[in-house]
Design a protein around this ligand. Structure first.
Ligand SMILES: *Cc1c(COP(=O)(O)O)cnc(C)c1O
Length: 437
């Protein structure tokens, strides 16, 4: 597999180099040079394939010989050890549930796959690596659970004290072993700035092998295309066009869907559903891309992104053509009150509990299907996280506390282990000097 940088200055690299570098030196994003169409026989027989079999075909096509087939199969089975069911909500509307992995958010697909692949390459090269990551909530949980107990990898997660939910904090701070949590007296931006400074510090870089695990890594993007194709397989028998509504922030999830289209997934449209950080829906409407800074806070806070990091990838996939992008992607956005109404409607009319992010996916789908009622499509909205990760908001919206799944309940009773730290680079650096591998 060869990858190019969307800024077109840095040279092309292989898969292994792309995942350990994360970003190309010219600060673009890595994209596959070739996105092969999967053979017609694959699409014709797809209804007989499991999620992991579909994942294997996608990866073999994209990654090629960089990982031998038998190893690739083992890696996929290690990483994707949970399902992504398509659940009927009402006539022609389905929910693709992506929260059945260890941190109960769709980010498990990317984080677990990236961890498996990195640890595979490290074992071969006999190297070790230190992952540094700042989190505002969901990313840290997925990375912690995904990289837990992986050989040759140490993970340091920085999170802002008092600014992540109880459940999110417990997901980061109760694992132990190779996962270390630093509770920073500051904001998410402070955490991110500390991590950036560490990457730029020659002293640290000379001593340690450092890597990032953020969502722009190509190893996090690829596995997010698996579930679109699996949902297509599950609904293919209906013989209808399909519309996927994707609650979006940094747009990694939606970009992975576009990758599936490039690989030949037929008859599919996407809805870019956002909260009031509506940069992409506005671009689709006006052709003008104007980032929002700072981003606006909403109840779908994992989508509070004012300058989506995967946008250059979306553009690259359509050769910078707005009209081509508009052929496949429709935009829409909703404010917090509409989001709450969406949560209530799904519960009151269909008995379905959904998190604020996923409710935006539902609202986007409903708006689209109302506007296009003449074309007989099947709609699928993505549920990006389990509702129980957002209990205070669910309770105030619904007026009662919904049931907490056993897995999260038991997490809450575990003891948090985190090192408290001031927002100070010298403190952070001496911690790293003592703790990295
Ligand atoms: C990260 C996240 C999103 C946004 O996904 P992107 O790939 O950044 O667009 C949506 N919902 C939840 C629950 C998330 O954690």
């Amino acid at each position: 597999m060869q990858l190019y940088s969307t800024n077109r200055i840095s040279e092309n690299v292989g898969f292994e180099e792309a995942i350990f570098r994360g970003l190309p030196p010219d600060n673009g994003l890595y994209m596959p040079l070739n996105i092969p169409k999967l053979p017609q026989s694959f699409w014709d027989n797809i209804e007989n394939l499991s999620l992991n079999e579909i994942a294997f075909e996608i990866c073999s096509g994209l990654i090629g010989d960089d990982i031998p087939k038998d190893d690739l199969k083992t890696l996929i089975d290690q990483a994707i050890d949970f399902e992504a069911p398509v659940v009927p909500i009402k006539e022609n509307i389905y929910c693709l549930e992506l929260f059945h992995g260890s941190s109960m958010a769709f980010k498990d697909f990317g984080a677990r796959f990236m961890a498996a692949v990195m640890s595979y390459f490290l074992k071969k090269s006999q190297k070790s690596i230190n992952i540094l990551v700042a989190t505002s909530g969901d990313t840290g949980g997925a990375v912690a659970q995904g990289f837990f107990d992986k050989e040759n990898i140490s993970v340091t997660i920085l999170y802002p004290a008092g600014k992540v939910s109880d459940i999110q904090e417990k997901q980061l701070t109760t694992l132990g072993k190779n996962i270390k949590a630093l509770e920073i007296d500051g904001t998410f931006d402070d955490c991110q700035a500390l991590v950036k400074q560490a990457f730029l510090d020659n002293d640290l870089r000379g001593k340690f092998n450092l890597a990032s695990a953020n969502s722009i890594n190509i190893a996090r993007l690829i596995p997010q295309s698996f579930y679109y194709v699996a949902a297509y397989a599950a609904l293919k028998k209906n013989g209808k066009k399909m519309v996927f509504s994707v609650p979006s922030g940094n747009f990694g999830n939606l970009t992975a869907g576009l990758l599936a289209i490039k690989m030949g997934m037929p008859n599919t449209t996407f809805i870019a559903a956002t909260n009031i950080n509506k940069v992409v829906p506005e671009y689709l409407e006006s052709g003008v891309y104007s980032p929002i800074s700072p981003s606006k806070s909403t109840i779908s806070n994992a989508m509070d992104v004012g300058n989506p990091s995967n946008f250059p990838r979306m553009r690259a996939l359509f050769g910078d053509s707005l009209s081509d992008m508009k052929g496949y992607v429709k935009g829409c956005y909703f404010d917090d009150n509409q989001t709450r109404d969406g949560i209530k409607e799904l519960y009151e009319d269909y008995g379905y509990l959904t998190c604020p992010h996923s409710a935006i996916g539902y609202l986007g789908l409903k708006e689209f299907m109302d506007k296009n009622s003449s074309d007989d499509s099947l709609g699928v909205f993505l549920s990006t996280a389990h509702y129980a990760k957002f209990l205070p908001e669910m309770e105030s919206t619904l007026g009662f506390l919904p049931e907490i799944p056993e897995r999260l309940e038991s997490l809450l009773s575990k003891t948090k282990v985190a090192v408290s730290m001031a927002n100070d680079f010298e403190d952070f650096k001496s911690y790293l000097n003592e703790n990295l591998i």
